[in-house]
Design a protein around this ligand. Structure first.
Ligand code: M6R
Length: 607
């Protein structure tokens, strides 16, 4: 979490730092700060709240310098206030840090007993004080930095400037990503490649243990023992037309409306209309005889994996395990023979998913990542990569990335079904036609959102909502509840409808709104029985179903959200859209910051 941007140029860096930081606020936005070497010493500005507060401060108290570091924070240790905002500094050094210093209490006691005075409650300040401690021992800046970093347990991506070595910028990582970028004017360091603007023409990813020493004209990389390391700069391709809200009120709404295009791009990427064949990248397992797949992810990416379990088992006949990465990583999971692990992640940087990947790699299990950021650590560390082609997602609530993940997982399922000739004796639908017509169905649905707006108006004052779904609609209920929680702050819980009688039915009374997702299909009748059970207890039902479903349930429901007809295989993709819109409009009517909900960050790079 948290965003870092640092630069050393032949010209002033302050505007450059703030502009870099503005692309990183999705990683944290509770405070921000910047420090530069101003010609005589290190000078710093910090402000609590959104980045605009720091920009306003800089208008009144400008900073100028050719080397500087900046940070946007998501609080882990200490309140989100100015005092705890980065950069942290002493008279000799300034540091911006991502990650967690796990042994900070021990280090802090040692430093305080040696007379070093802390001004914040953070673990990160320990790094600045520890470097100063070693400088005071007489070590030079490079030695002091390496000594301090070697003492740190936990994870870090750090950028560092020194008042006595002010023509250099240092960066180092262990567990938190950092990327170097080169421009005509100098070098930048960022925690995310997306923060690099058009002036950055080439990049290299630092690896764990790397220390980079940068001047405006050169870079050196070495390890903590001082041994030189070669990392090659590669040309960067900047994504076009991704900036701005393009007329939408929020990034989230724009990203919801981009979903038909995301689906089409992904389908076209993986399927040749000309040959009528799937075009999967080279995968590190034999698709014909793989016996088991294991999908590991967090949050929305986990719910995409949950949908995929239904697909892979039903359509391709492959037993599939799904796991939440934060649980998987500490369970010492024995990796099954002739199996492969898939890691699903928008960012490709989620700390828990990355740790799970490293566990599977250490067990020699073939690892494939499905990521939206191809330059991410997960993509780099995996044996195979399937990109999800959603384009940069800015809203903290994931929408189009989910659709990109579902489409990619569906393609994988269908390709495996084909190559394994699974169910080859049953009639095969014309999948190419089904997929090609789907973007129009989705666009048609999105062309009028007024029905969802009415439901949202109805729900904006409630305190609790239940989401229910059966079969493949169950993970959608989970995703709908997650979306609602994260941006409306309404308590929402999802259950498989079949679990109702095992407990949650006790929650249902006249006060309880219940969103039920009931697509047509083999479980329709059973779901309708559940619906009646809720209705008989007075629950206010908001039913998402097709025309037939709404008509059958009309006497029991408060609102019907009617979905167009679609092939059953595409139900999860289409039925997700009203759930996203519902969360969006409730949050909008409640006056919340839709794109940057409280307490959250887009990329969860600490556990
Ligand atoms: O980048 P990842 O897909 O690995 O992120 C996983 C979750 O942190 C993410 O999906 C999160 O749950 C979203 N904010 C949900 O909208």
């Amino acid at each position: 979490m948290c965003g870092i941007y640092a630069a050393i140029n032949n010209s002033s860096v302050t505007d450059f730092l703030i502009s870099g930081l503005s692309s990183l606020t999705y990683r944290g936005y509770d405070s921000a700060g910047v420090a530069v070497f101003n010609g005589t010493g290190i000078e710093r500005r910090r402000a609590e709240g959104k980045l605009s507060a720091l920009s306003d401060l800089l208008k009144i108290q400008p900073l100028d310098g050719k080397v500087g570091i900046a940070h946007t924070r998501w609080a882990t240790h200490g309140l989100p206030n100015e005092q705890n905002a980065h950069p942290h500094m002493t008279a000799r050094v300034a540091v911006a840090h991502n990650g967690i210093v796990e042994n900070y209490e021990k280090l802090r006691v040692m430093l305080e007993s040696s007379g070093y005075i802390f001004e914040s409650e953070t673990d990160s300040e320990t790094i600045a004080q520890l470097i100063t401690y070693y400088l005071d021992f007489g070590l030079d800046s490079e030695q002091a930095l390496c000594k301090a970093l070697a003492d740190i347990e936990g994870s870090f991506g750090v950028v560092v400037i020194f008042s006595d070595d002010a023509d250099k910028l240092y960066a180092s990582r262990k567990g938190s990503p950092l990327i170097l970028g080169r421009s005509e004017d100098g070098f930048s360091v960022s925690s995310d490649v997306n923060a690099f603007d058009e002036s950055i023409n080439s990049i290299t990813h630092l690896k764990d243990g790397d220390v980079a020493k940068l001047t405006p004209d050169s870079f050196n990389i070495f390890n903590l023992e001082g041994q030189s390391i070669v990392r090659l700069m590669q040309k960067i391709e900047h994504e076009k037309n991704v900036s701005g809200k393009q007329g939408y009120k929020h990034f989230m709404l724009k990203e919801i409306f981009e979903q038909p295009q995301v689906f089409e791009n992904t389908w076209r990427h993986y399927y040749s209309q000309v040959d009528g064949e799937f075009k999967l990248p080279k995968l590190p397992f034999n698709d014909k005889d793989i016996e088991r797949l294991s999908l590991v992810a967090c949050g929305t990416s986990f719910f995409a994996s949950m949908v995929a379990k239904y697909w892979l088992e039903e359509q391709a006949g492959i037993p599939t395990d799904i796991d939440i990465a934060s649980e998987f990583r500490y369970r010492n999971v024995p990796c099954a023979k002739n199996s492969a692990a898939l890691f699903v992640s928008q960012s490709g940087e989620t700390a828990d998913t990355l740790a799970a990947l490293n566990h599977c790699k250490s067990q020699q299990q073939p690892c494939v990542s499905l990521v939206n950021v191809l330059t991410s650590t997960m993509a780099t560390e995996s044996d195979g990569v399937m990109p999800t082609l959603a384009g940069p997602e800015i809203g903290v609530a994931s929408t189009k990335a989910f659709i990109g993940q579902l489409t990619t997982l569906l393609v994988l399922t269908l390709a495996l079904k084909n190559s394994r000739a699974y169910k080859k004796d049953t009639p095969q639908p014309n999948i190419a036609e089904i997929m090609t017509t789907f973007p129009d169905i989705m666009n048609g649905y999105l062309s009028d959102t007024s029905h969802i707006e009415r439901v949202a108006m109805d729900l904006k004052h409630v305190n609790n909502i239940l989401y229910l779904g059966r079969g493949i609609a169950y993970p959608l209920a989970e995703e709908g509840a997650l979306k609602l929680k994260e941006i409306t702050y309404i308590h929402a819980e999802a259950y498989p409808s079949g679990e109702l009688k095992h407990g949650p039915l006790a929650l249902v009374d006249e006060e309880m709104p219940v969103v039920m997702i009931v697509p047509p299909g083999p479980l329709f009748g059973k779901s309708m029985s559940n619906l009646r059970e809720v209705a008989s207890r007075g629950g206010k039902i908001y039913l998402i179903s097709d025309k037939e479903g709404i008509s059958q349930a009309k006497d029991f429901i408060k609102h019907g959200i009617e979905m167009p007809d679609v092939d059953p295989i595409l139900v999860p993709l289409l039925y997700t859209v009203p759930l996203q819109l519902l969360a969006y409009y409730v949050a909008l009517y409640k006056g919340h910051d839709v794109d940057q909900p409280r307490n959250l960050a887009k990329s969860v790079t600490v556990e």
